[in-house]
Design a protein around this ligand. Structure first.
Ligand SMILES: [Zn+2]
Length: 407
């Protein structure tokens, strides 16, 4: 049933019949053990690749490049960096220099602006020919039904430019939502979750956009400044993954471990770290890389099988879903949603300030699917200015808000 739904979705954008067979392949998400740092490799069923972060200086040459060799990957479609701290971008220039910049097929994506460290300078020099600033709301099609959506960058609209050393780097993180059918994976580097003299709470606003997911790549290695209650209670992940190594910060903290467990998650941790302990039966320290495979109605984490929509407290089958394509758009943008309560479905476009721009009438597609189009015009008929808009989709019990970018 899910395979049928996915083929409807992709069939609409015109790459139709390949899809039924490509759904037999897996989406793979590799969480590389880079010690105290982050590195995530996404491979779509059709072989589209996105490397997000690459650990500290030395971890590119020492861990990531040999890992790519083992997978037979001599090129990548995208490299992305969550933010400019060395435990995330340190290894990226090593990967670029190892593969060769021409082997980065599409782009090296980051939050733009700059940062004042030698590690950043190395990164910027290596990435320069392919470097692009990721847009808030941008949807990247990795092929085979996998999309990667930027759900936050540079403070998610809550912070004013310039986005430089004025702010803690963690506030400015790029947050990504990876979607494949009913499966959702969220990764956001070290995205801040508290308001303090160092940080701004960005997690809370991002959580409202993301909603219920399956797997959460835990923000900031399990720091107590992150994974706030709003985020965890909204995402309700069945599985949480903590990337951590020996550190002087007490990561992962017992506070965050206990909070995740309280919301019913099972934790996989790359290394022991220097902080809290996972309660017995609620997770494990893998001491190595963590592999996620998603296929049809299930996903597998290091050999453990999880059923989509039937496990834990977050039931994906109940969730209202929204796909947006293309995003950014020029002439018109399409929305596709599952129809849970057809009569109650409401779709509205707002400015980021909350002013209503347009109401969209759903046209019922095949069974269980609604397809909608916005031509970028206001209720008065005028064309909107380029910029970010919010689509708000709701029925009697669910609300989804996402950003749309008009070029
Ligand atoms: Zn970090």
């Amino acid at each position: 049933m899910r395979i049928g739904k996915i083929s409807l979705v992709v069939g609409f954008v015109g790459i139709g019949l390949m899809v039924a067979s490509s759904c037999q392949a897996d989406l793979e998400i590799h969480i590389l053990d880079v010690g105290q740092g982050d590195c995530t490799l996404i491979i779509s069923p059709t072989g589209g690749t996105f490397l997000f972060d690459a650990g500290w200086n030395g971890k590119g040459d020492g861990v990531v490049c040999p890992y790519l060799d083992d997978l037979g990957l001599t090129a990548l479609d995208y490299i992305g960096c969550s933010h400019y701290h060395a435990d995330h971008i340190g290894g990226i220039d090593e990967v670029i220099n190892y593969l060769g910049i021409d082997s980065i097929r599409v782009a090296v994506l980051d939050r733009g602006w700059s940062y004042t460290t030698a590690t950043y300078d190395d990164y910027a020099a290596a990435a320069a020919p392919k470097r692009q600033t990721i847009l808030d709301g941008q949807v990247i099609d990795l092929g085979g039904g996998v999309t990667v959506t930027c759900v936050a960058v540079n403070g998610n609209g809550q912070l004013s430019p310039p986005y430089d050393d004025t702010y803690n780097e963690n506030d400015l993180c790029v947050a990504l939502l990876v979607e494949y059918g009913e499966f959702d994976f969220f990764v956001a580097g070290d995205l801040s979750g508290v308001n303090s003299s160092y940080y701004h709470d960005i997690e809370t606003s991002v959580a409202a956009e993301v909603g219920d997911i399956e797997i959460y790549r835990v923000d900031h290695h399990g720091s107590a400044s992150n994974s706030n209650v709003n985020l965890v209670s909204t995402l309700q992940p069945e599985v949480s993954i903590i990337s951590v190594g020996d550190n002087s910060y007490g990561h992962p903290t017992q506070t965050v471990i206990d909070r995740l467990v309280a919301y019913g998650t099972y934790i996989y941790q790359t290394e022991l770290g220097s902080g809290g302990t996972i309660p017995s039966g609620h997770g494990e320290v893998v001491n190595g890389h963590i592999l996620i495979r998603v296929n049809g109605g299930q996903y597998v984490v290091n050999g453990d099988v999880y059923s989509l929509g039937s496990s834990g407290i977050a039931r994906s089958d109940d969730a209202l879903k929204l796909r947006i394509f293309p995003n950014p758009f020029e002439a018109c943008v399409h929305f596709e949603s599952n129809l849970r309560q057809p009569d109650a479905l409401e779709v509205a476009i707002y400015t980021v300030e909350g002013r209503l721009v347009q109401l969209i009438e759903p046209s019922t597609g095949r069974t269980g699917t609604a397809i909608m189009t916005w031509d970028g015009r206001t209720r008065g008929g005028g064309e909107v200015s380029p910029g970010i808009y919010i689509i708000r989709l709701s029925d009697d019990s669910h609300v989804i808000s996402r950003k749309i970018v008009k070029r």
